[in-house]
Write a protein of this length. Structure first.
Lengths: 76, 76
């Protein structure tokens, strides 16, 4: 099964949401990507429809923007 | 264990997020509240920190605002 991807940028809002999301979703069903340290993935996230972080891109392609830490533009 | 509460208002953004969230979280760990039809719960949601719907209030008290359907003010 395709995994969900949780994109974040290490901000306090992101870290808090990450902990909550990882408590909700079985750990083997989600990949965590830190866009602050993996700059090359910003484009990938944007192509998936991510407009801000933290965001969860689901296996079905839907994007859940969870609270607001930073706009994707700020991470480029 | 205290359950999470998913607040929504029946809007398309809410319904889409609801389906995604219910796919992620075991069904018995979340209560779904439709603020459009349960107006009395708007105040309860606001007291919990909900600023817009759809939103998921977790058992630990954290609020995850997921995408944006409507501001809580619009539901009063």
């Amino acid at each position: 099964m395709k995994k969900a991807i949780f994109y974040h940028a290490g901000c306090p809002v992101c870290v808090s949401a990450e902990q909550d999301i990882l408590n909700l979703i079985p750990r083997d069903q989600v990949t965590v990507v830190h866009l602050g340290s993996e700059k090359l993935k910003v484009q990938e996230a944007e192509a998936a429809g991510v407009q801000s972080v933290p965001a969860l891109v689901l296996a079905n392609g839907n994007v859940l923007h969870i609270n607001f830490g930073a706009a994707i533009e700020e991470l480029k």
